[in-house]
Design a protein around this ligand. Sequence first.
Ligand SMILES: [Zn+2]
Length: 253
Amino acid sequence: MTETLITSEVDYEAEGRQTGYLRVPHSVTRSAYGFIPVPVTVLKNGEGPTMVLMGGTHGDEYEGQVAIDRLAKTLRPDQITGRIICLPMLNFPAADAGLRCSPVDEGNLNRAFPADPRGTPTQLIAHYVEEVLMPLADYAIDLHSGGASLFYPPTFMRCPGWTEEESATLRKLQTAFDLPYAWVFTGGGGPNSTARTTMGAAARKGVVTVNAELGGGGAVTPEILALAERGLKRALHAVGMLPGYEPDAPRGT
Ligand SMILES: [Zn+2]
């Protein structure tokens, strides 16, 4: 087992729905033995793949936070196959404050990987994602947007794939997500990735991983939020984890 300082209120092996917090220890004047609560919901139904869904890696990017939170609350375990780990506000202090970086330590979570297991709260979260969650996962999706400083057209992002099998799965996820744009990086990925992002963390652990940039501008539009929620369900369906879902007609990327 890894040397994380974070304790989880949820049991990743238990069946059904569990909600709680990852407790990131944070000893401050107000609370000598306090912790930062990172919300987590686990849905599990029998054997099957594991998907990790991340929002709020950057706290001023709201689309993924809302979409993953709604999914965590509305999906029933009996609708899924396998396990979905939902982290709608992954860098909780940043998400709580609506800021890109954490006001606790100025940490930019998507530049913090691979991280020090004895580091700042942002580094502890990054280390937990890479060393505890990614080894449980088959797939990982991290939803971003332009945040307070810019606006992206809704764009799916991925690497070309490290193996033929991974490439095929990445193409399947891109088709399923069905966003208007897709951006395929020309490099990166694979077990030797040096990326400081959740994508790098996932790649180093052999997890098939994609991102999306979903608008931004310090707000959320209903249209882009709908694309995000639709894309998540279609992606889960495409990898066999939401078998009863009936995708509507693709709109094209
Ligand atoms: Zn971001």
